[in-house]
Design a protein around this ligand. Sequence first.
Ligand code: NIG
Ligand code: FE
Length: 432
Amino acid sequence: MQTLFVNASQVVTCAGPARARRGAEMRNMQVLTDSAVATEAGRVVAVGRQAELGRSYAEAAVVDCHGGVLMPGLVDSHTHGIFGKPRHEEQELRASGVSYMEIAKRGGGIHGSVRDLRSRSEDELFVLALPRLRRLAAHGTTTVELKSGYGLSLDDEIKSLRVIRRLAQQLPLRIVPTFLGAHEIPLEYRAAPRTRDQYIALLLEEMLPRVVQESLASFADIFCEPGVYTVAESRRILTAARAAGLGIKLHADELETSGGAELAAELGATSADHLAAVSEAGVKALAGANTVATLLPGTMMFLGRTKQAPARAFIEAGAAVALATDFNPGTSPTVNFPLMLSLAVSQLHLSVAEAITAATVNGAAALGLAHETGQLAPGMSADLALFAIDDIRELPYWYGDHRCIGSWVRGIACHAAGSDGSFIRSTPSSAL
Ligand code: NIG
Ligand code: FE
């Protein structure tokens, strides 16, 4: 079936090479007016003047964008969306001066979510995740990466990844699964008689082979941070994950400088994420590697930390920067990707075009999907988002608002403003 998206005030295409955009390349998002997008069989087939496409695709079904801004669906390349209960009590603790790591040392933080997730069934976790992902999609996200990492035992990690697989089967969203068995050293391996090395052995010898055998993940990730996994442990675990056939990612230099960015570059990881405490050498290393620097400004804001990742330094050094929500119950309980665009402009000092590129093409590259999604160009998947604004610069401007009125993944409607999808008209374009 052919579909023609018409009457957008702007079509933002992000069209260009199907790879991460680096440095100054991030400035170009391409904004078209009087333009339409044609899709067929789940792919974009044409982007061009509305009058011309109206003639070429005269029999296509029509989606009337009612003067909104049409753009590539947002690519959220870093979330921890599989968890049980929220952790709102920690927010007040932090406000009173207790740090994130101190809460973890007291057995809270990630450990609290681990206790909770272990007590829940696969069905229960699926039912909890479903509406959260629908809300994420409602803000314009069409591709989302989902990490395990609150199980930290063979059965509980497999359970989490199976929930992700069921979500991918159930929802039109494009979902990318990541194995994060190295999110923490679980408490039972932090005290005698067990040791952290025994947990790492379990991860390498039992969890990783099962994850691969059941094809449950595309990537492996690790929390490389003082007090959690050392650089040496991270190197060992990620090297094994890659040898087992997984792509690799790192939580690197999130709270303290430890050389995580340099390790990501050394290993050629697909992405290094967070980087609020990256060193100058780390910035240079990533700029010289094929590793996307994924920045998560919501996390630092929510933790009440003033130091954000040096986004300008990354771009000026020629690195490829992506943005993501880090949606999780501890450090970033938000499903609102456009809010990350607001923070990217006001806190990371990105231009709107850089922020949009970071949230689309570079997000896709951070998942190895730059050939498939992140831009509106012939051959790309028909992954689109429509916002009720007149100008793309309004997307970061109305901060915290909810302007997404439609999204499509592989040409299939994923979110519609009215539950009846009333803004979609199915009249042939020849009747326009
Ligand atoms: O990206 N840093 C590690 N993981 C998450 C936080 C997880 C949690 O606190 O539950 C993050 O910030
Ligand atoms: Fe994270």
